[in-house]
Design a protein around this ligand. Structure first.
Ligand code: F6P
Length: 489
């Protein structure tokens, strides 16, 4: 926090994120706001509140325009403004081509390699490029003639760094890529891979969650462009410009769970149990966006196997799956919703009775306060992503367990598995590992839970979101202070 405050003096900080942190919607006669599902906005909002700055995002709420000024700006959080949110208005066609199209039908499956075949539509690509230019124009207008650090988030903006740098070589541009980066063989199936790599090399600093993604990116550059690769310093020198490539695992604000778990959390826990007739049975939870990378069907098959191999759990526990609807215009997400609903119905029919259903499936977005209570009242949490850049649910679960109880079952294919090594680490493609993990959640002795949870909590408390932001920003700010030619170490 202090780094951000003291060293940003003189340079504007502009955060560029597709998703806005507060969405305004019409509700009957009123306008109300909600916070979107997804780890990125939740993680970045406290950082922005701490250092104040400008967050540029696609305005997606049906009442956003009404509450913003003529330039699309509004102070947020809406009930206690601490920083400025600038919204960019996209047409429906732009949203379809850029967000649903190239970002989420091409780049998302391409980078996650979960056997959902990416599609490449030239019209989507064209719109994706135009939207990257649209964001660039708006950011350049905001920057004016001042020095600035533009911090770009994610795969929605692969081309933006180069557009900004071409227009203003003196700007410092950093990007964090929140999803995995695959091997060159995989990435090069994208017909426009070269332009994407060139776009990203507009960055002075490019960060991924883990070293492996940095290595894959540098390998891809190596096989794509004429440039000088410095493997010792993890940087790329091209046309007189250096891009540093670094791992910076993202995290969460560990203090938030304490706020969410105020003195009435047990009352809220009881209300939840009563509402869904959970009695006092043990709970295992899963909390995700309903996305095919998260391994939700695999998890449900593991519940089925658990009940088959350990009949002692019949009538004695519930698996609670919260699944926030996500990217619902896309066929892949619609068929996943159907697949999950069918699996839930089958399991409940096979094992359930008039007074007990093993799976509670809530296809809705729960606010962070309710999710924290759910984490706290459960025996454990299952994160079974087939591939995930980081996965912040794993870290949020750990933060909610100040009682030092609770077991985390965590996929080895998440970035989080590198840090939370005291979780039960599983291969989610192996249903028996997942169901054994669930059995361990229900049976692990309290002392063992406490030993593991203490270590995981210490890890997240130490490597928290402020440290992530502080390290990234201070690395980028060193570049603010150097001239472009000094920039070439
Ligand atoms: O994991 C990648 C990511 O873009 C996150 O950064 C974000 O929280 C999540 O996906 C949500 O995606 P969307 O904004 O499409 O709902």
């Amino acid at each position: 926090q202090e780094v951000a405050h003291s060293r940003l003096a003189g340079a504007k900080l502009i955060m560029v994120v597709n998703r806005e942190p507060y969405i305004h919607l019409h509700q009957k006669e009123r306008i109300h706001w909600i916070r979107p599902a997804g780890g990125l906005t939740t993680a970045l909002d406290p950082v922005m509140q701490a250092c104040g700055a400008l967050w540029v995002a696609h305005g997606s709420g049906d009442a956003d325009q009404e509450v913003s000024d003529a330039k699309g700006r509004i102070g947020v959080p809406p009930d206690d403004p601490r920083y400025t949110l600038k919204r960019i208005w996209l047409t429906l066609n732009e949203e379809k081509g850029y967000y649903y199209g190239f970002a989420n039908s091409s780049l998302w499956p391409l980078c996650h390699q979960v056997y959902s075949r990416p599609t490449f539509d030239p019209d989507h690509w064209d719109i994706y490029r135009r939207v990257n230019h649209k964001f660039a124009e708006s950011i350049l207008e905001e920057v004016g003639n001042e020095p600035a650090l533009v911090f770009v988030q994610d795969y929605h903006f692969a081309l933006l760094p180069k557009i900004l740098k071409d227009a203003r070589p003196d700007l410092v541009v950093a990007q964090f890529w929140h999803i995995p980066w695959p091997s060159p063989e995989v990435f090069r199936v994208c017909p426009w891979y070269q332009e994407i790599i060139e776009g990203m090399l507009g960055n002075d600093l490019l960060a991924f969650h883990i070293q492996n993604h940095c290595n894959n990116f540098l390998d891809t550059v190596d096989r794509t462009l004429e440039c000088r690769l410095d493997w010792e310093h993890f940087s790329v020198l091209r046309n007189g410009h250096t891009t540093r490539v670094r791992p910076h695992p993202i995290s969460v604000d560990p203090t938030l769970s304490e706020e969410y778990l105020d003195q009435d959390w047990q009352i809220r826990a009881r209300q939840f149990r009563d509402k869904y007739q959970l009695g006092d049975r043990k709970l295992i939870v899963g909390v995700d966006r309903l996305d095919y990378t998260k391994g939700i069907p695999e998890r449900l098959r593991a519940v089925d196997r658990l009940l088959m191999t350990h009949p002692e759990w019949v009538e004695n526990f519930h698996f609670v799956q919260i699944a926030a609807p996500s990217r619902t215009l896309l066929d892949a997400y619609q068929s996943l919703t159907q697949e999950v609903q069918t699996l839930v119905d089958e399991i409940n029919l096979r094992y359930g009775s008039s007074h007990w259903q093993p799976v509670l499936f809530l296809n809705e977005h729960l606010g962070p306060e309710d999710v924290a209570v759910l984490y706290r009242m459960s025996e454990g949490c299952v994160v079974s992503s087939l591939h995930d850049g980081m996965n912040l649910v794993a870290k949020e679960f750990v933060c909610a367990r100040s009682d030092e109880q609770g077991v985390l079952v965590l996929s080895e294919f998440t970035g989080a598995a590198r840090e939370l090594t005291d979780a039960i680490i599983v291969n989610p493609y192996d249903v028996s590992q997942l169901s054994d993990g669930m059995h361990s959640i229900l049976t692990m002795p309290a002392a063992e839970q406490s030993k593991r949870m203490k270590k995981m909590r210490a890890e997240v408390q130490d490597k928290n979101i402020y440290r992530w932001a502080g390290m990234l920003l201070s690395e980028a700010l060193k570049l603010v202070e150097s001239t472009p030619s000094e920039n070439l170490e």
